[in-house]
Design a protein around this ligand. Structure first.
Ligand SMILES: [Zn+2]
Length: 385
């Protein structure tokens, strides 16, 4: 598909019908007409167009409700692909996905934390090339979505600043479009995670929710009534740099005591080493979880303390935005069995009103570490649908 083909989708009716099929498939033309209020002849003619564009197909399993069997419609799985990239500070992962988020191919490479712009871009292209080569018909590729750590300028697709890798002003969109000649969209990784959650999980459309990504860094994505929030300078949601302890450790951003200095995988390891005399030098975050599972009290205490600190961040977020729901994800949340009870308890103790304590839903993403990369793929889907 050539760049610019998305303009074909600009018809409101077409977009409404495609979304209806996406959210309610399998669905018949009659049901689409009934549920969208678009007239049956218009539905029929648009469905015909969508089928010609390989976006929709007939289901072979039409359900009979007595009388004539209606033809059920589905999104076409094999018609189009999107490429999603999760560009972290220590690895770059790439996937090819169909329109419903099935991961069809994936690859990843490790990168050094502090590398030059050129090496970073070359590594990124290498991952995209591997995925690109695996797809035979290149014109079925709708585009490439990149979830980049750090601050991103959405319009130009430039990675402005990353405190974790020290990268500045990386023209991701321009470089990838030049080589692969498809639409490229770039988004901050935590916002991409929020989009992945919104797109691929069942969330009520009226709901406002916040996802918090806790891994090597900490960020959040805010979705208000189906829309991602950016703020005036694109840094809305940078919860990792919310100051929790102004006498605390120096953060990668230069400030002291940011949430990020307390709850990332590395921060947890550091705290464990400070508190536990016999902790091995090469202690990894995964090992802390394993020791806690074995019942070692010192390690359990470190995780409970982490749950408390995450809880403090979450309570601040509740007071600032009062969302319906908070979804936690990222590698650190693999220890959810130890963290979640303390996080919940902290909300119960600290949130301002009884209603906020009772009704703020808090859960761990079931997409796990795929939320971000699927969100990267969804950047393109959000354009199409
Ligand atoms: Zn900071």
């Amino acid at each position: 598909m050539e760049r610019g083909t998305f303009q074909l989708m600009k018809s409101v009716n077409k977009s409404t019908i495609l979304n209806k099929i996406r959210l309610s498939e399998p669905i018949s033309r009659a049901e689409i007409a009934k549920e969208t209020g678009i007239t049956p002849p218009t539905v029929s003619s648009i469905v015909k167009e969508l089928m010609a564009e390989n976006l929709v197909e007939k289901s072979i399993l039409g359900e009979s409700k007595g009388g004539r069997k209606p033809t059920m419609l589905l999104l076409k799985r094999s018609g189009h692909y999107v490429i999603g990239i999760d560009a972290g500070s220590n690895k770059i992962r790439g996937i090819a996905s169909d329109l419903v988020g099935t991961i069809l191919a994936e690859t990843e490479i490790e990168i050094q934390p502090h590398i030059s712009k050129e090496i970073f871009l070359e590594s990124l292209k290498k991952v995209v090339r591997t995925i690109f080569m695996g797809i035979e018909e290149k014109d079925t590729i709708l585009g490439i979505g990149v979830a980049m750590h750090g601050v991103v300028d959405i319009a130009s697709g430039v990675s402005l600043y990353s405190s974790n890798s020290g990268l500045r002003d990386v023209p991701i969109k321009e470089e990838l479009e030049k080589e692969f000649n498809v639409l490229v969209m770039v988004e901050n990784n935590s916002r991409a995670m929020a989009l992945g959650e919104y797109w691929f999980k069942d969330h009520d459309e009226a709901e406002s929710f916040v996802t918090i990504n806790i891994g090597r860094g900490v960020g959040s994505g805010i979705v208000d009534k189906g829309r991602l929030c950016y703020g005036a300078q694109d840094i809305a949601g940078e919860i990792g740099h919310m100051v929790i302890d102004f006498h605390g450790k120096v953060c990668s951003c230069g400030n002291k005591g940011c949430l990020e200095t307390l709850i990332t995988g590395d921060a947890i390891v550091q705290r464990a080493k400070e508190q536990i005399e016999e902790a091995p030098d090469d202690l990894a975050a995964e090992a802390i979880y394993a020791y806690a599972t074995e019942g070692k009290k010192d390690y359990l205490k470190v995780l409970e303390e982490t749950g408390y600190l995450i809880g403090i961040g979450v309570v601040n977020l509740i007071h600032l935005l009062n969302p319906d729901k908070i979804v936690l994800g990222g590698g650190v949340m693999n220890s959810e069995e130890f963290l979640m009870p303390v996080i919940r308890n902290t909300i119960q103790k600290r949130a301002l009103t009884e209603k906020a304590r009772m009704y703020t839903k808090i859960e761990v993403s079931t997409l796990k570490e795929d939320a971000t990369i699927l969100g990267a793929a969804a950047l393109l889907l959000a354009e199409l649908f």
